[in-house]
Design a binder for this molecule. Structure first.
Ligand code: 13P
Length: 261
């Protein structure tokens, strides 16, 4: 029998671009074709794009057949209903999505996406066959008050409360310190690795050995110039990129940083 204690789990790095509220459909299609043309430069890295809903189907039609993830930026937990402005997980599948970003700090802060709702959204995404990326992260005030670990543990435990261990490896976590998003202030590699190791310890409490298969991405001012040093952390399994994901060359350069791991 193989000695499982010596087994090294290889997690394929994932670099996901969150476009937020940027790009019209024509721009999105042009980006998708350019990315398709550059994929062979980074074939050992998984890539994903989170476009606005209006161009999700266009991007999915071009990139999903090539194995690139196409994720919505949020979704509702209910299957259907009187929820004006919302879309369900099955509607996303119908539009060609392969996954969904959940709990982004902008959704939490500006649109009241709560830990309670996320506890329903993550299992709803999995049930629909979507890969969820659950975002967690502390604010600057929480870091200054010394409650970062507590806050991250709370967000992870709530968000994953309804997830069975057998499905845990289908969930991706993104650690995005709120103070590093769109500010140009990246967490140092040491800060990122410490937070990721803490998150993995919480995942181990919840899911046991499956925690080793779960990918934890770093997000917050990731750029081509800082990607490789961030990816050097053993628990940093990729990145969730905002601003720099709007240019295909930058996204590919960040993914190339993951190849050096
Ligand atoms: P920036 O890379 O622009 O800081 O955004 C990070 C982010 O919020 C990705 O979801």
């Amino acid at each position: 029998m193989p000695d499982v204690t010596d087994q090294i789990i290889e997690r394929t790095p994932l670099v996901a671009g969150n476009w937020k509220m940027f790009k019209l459909r024509g721009e999105a299609r042009a980006f998708a074709h350019a990315l398709a043309a550059g994929l062979d430069q980074v074939d050992e890295v998984d890539l994903a794009i989170c476009p606005p809903l209006t161009c999700l189907a266009d991007v999915a039609a071009i990139l999903a057949p090539l194995g690139v993830g196409v994720l919505a930026q949020t979704a509702h937990q209910a299957a259907s209903g009187a929820f004006t402005g919302e879309v369900s997980m099955s509607m996303l599948v119908d539009a060609g999505a392969t996954g969904v970003l959940l709990g982004h700090s902008e959704r939490r802060a500006l649109y009241g996406e709560s830990d309670g709702a996320l506890a329903e959204k993550v299992p709803a995404a999995l049930a629909a066959g979507l890969e969820p990326i659950l975002c967690v992260g502390e604010s600057e005030a929480e870091r200054d008050a010394g409650v970062t670990e507590e806050r991250l543990a709370e967000q992870v435990r709530h968000g994953l409360a309804g997830v069975a261990s057998s499905l845990a490896s289908d969930v991706v976590i993104a650690y995005e310190p709120v103070w590093a998003i769109g500010t140009g202030r990246t967490a140092t590699p040491a800060i990122a690795q410490a937070a990721h190791a803490h998150i993995r310890a919480v995942l181990e409490e919840l899911f046991g050995a499956a925690a080793d298969e779960m990918r934890i991405l770093y997000g917050g001012s990731v750029k081509p110039a800082n990607a490789a040093e961030l990816f050097a952390g053993p628990d940093v399994d990729g990145a969730l990129v905002g601003g720099a994901s709007l240019a295909v060359g930058d996204l590919l350069a960040i993914a190339a940083g993951a190849l050096a791991r």
